[in-house]
Every structure is written in C-alpha cells, then in structure tokens.
Design a protein around this ligand. Sequence first.
Ligand SMILES: *[C@@H]1O[C@H](CO)[C@@H](O)[C@H](O)[C@H]1NC(C)=O
Length: 227
Amino acid sequence: MNSQPTPLLCITTLFLLLLTTTHTSSADPEPLQDFCVADLQSTTTINGKFPTGFPCKPASQVTSDDFFFSGFTNEANTSSNDFGSFVTPGNVEAFPGLNTLGISMNRVDIAPGGINPPHHHPRASEAGVVVQGQVLVGFVTTAGVYHSRVLAASEMFVIPRGLVHFQLNVGIEKAILITSFNSQLPGSVVAPLALFAAEPSVPDRVLAKSFLVGEDVVRSIKAKFIR
Ligand SMILES: *[C@@H]1O[C@H](CO)[C@@H](O)[C@H](O)[C@H]1NC(C)=O
C-alpha cells in the first residue's frame, strides 16, 4: 500500500486549513496601537481586511472628547420614513474614536407597529438589548430556518454575522434598542431598498422573475420607494 499522501489529499487538507484559519479570525483586523482616532477628512483609507479603516489623527491632537459620543441622547423622529423606525449609527463615521477597535453600536427607535426592515450586516455579528418596549426580533439562517422571539426591556438577542434579520415593534409604546457589532463599520444591506430602490434601478424583469410576480407588481412596489 502506498503511504504517500496523494496530491488531492494534500490540496484538500490545505484548503480545509485555509478555511479554518479564515473562519476563526475576528471580523475587523487587530489594532496595532492603543487607539487610532480616525481622521475622517483624509482621502486615503487604510488597506485592511476591508476598505473601512481610516488613518489616525496625530496623537498630539487627540483629546478626551475623541473617546466619548453623545449621539444616542437625541430621540429619533420615527415619522421621517414609511417604516416607522430610525437607526442612529454609532459607527466609526459618527464616532471616530472607534477606528481600528473592531466595535460599534447603533440606537434603534421604532414607533408602535413600525419595523426596522429585513437587512443584513456583511461585516459583523450583532448583539442587542431592548431598552424600552416590546419587540419581535427575527432572523433567517442560510438553511432557511426562521428564529424569533418577542423581547421586553432588558432582554438581549444575537444575530449571527451576515444573516437577514428585522425588528418589529409589537407593543403599544415606542421601542428603543441598543445594538452592538464586532466591526467599526458593519455595513447594512436593507433588503427592500437594495432590491427596489437601488440607483440605477434593478430591472423590473429581474425582480418580476425572482419574486414570481408580474412587472406591474414590481413597478407598484418601486413607486413607493421613490425618494
Ligand atoms: C418628523 O418627521 C416628519 C416627516 O418628515 C415631520 O413632518 C415632523 O415634523 C418631524 N417631527 C419632528 C419633531 O421633527
């Protein structure tokens, strides 16, 4: 019997090893220093794992203010869109002190009956807590399994990285959530907007065939998203 590993076995092993390494690394690259307060005015971005890094502001210009953020103190206007929800980002673009640290948070305000519509974050898992109200939180796995629960204040949830999820206010009062991400800029692809409100527009024919409806239905949905 030949005990030499076959080339195919070698390649398979190497591939599996590569896959494992990729899957166990963190979402954002590791920081190289204590902090690197983002210089958002800079036209260059850091060539990290994702093009979402910013150069550091000179250390001599960093002040305590760079490490604190009051953006979540304002009550959001949930009537400003038809979804009845508003996301206030606390990502690196809003809070430059997060740069290179691999974390960020959002405040989500949802009116009664309002929804933070189905969306996914390509670069982060999400952990969140309901601060106020009653919220149906749900997500769908890549195997097509739907997981959900109605959460009350102080209850927490997790959305595995990249999975489509939503938050629906099922209570009678306004709901507030604080969400957190293992990325300084998790990105958000909002399904209805990505498909029906992209510019230039995704062809009606593509959407009609994909949703198994007529192009008239597609046009009527698109008309609701005209900005
Ligand atoms: C909230 O947004 C709606 C729609 O844009 C606007 O009519 C209303 O005046 C806003 N309310 C506040 C308090 O800004």
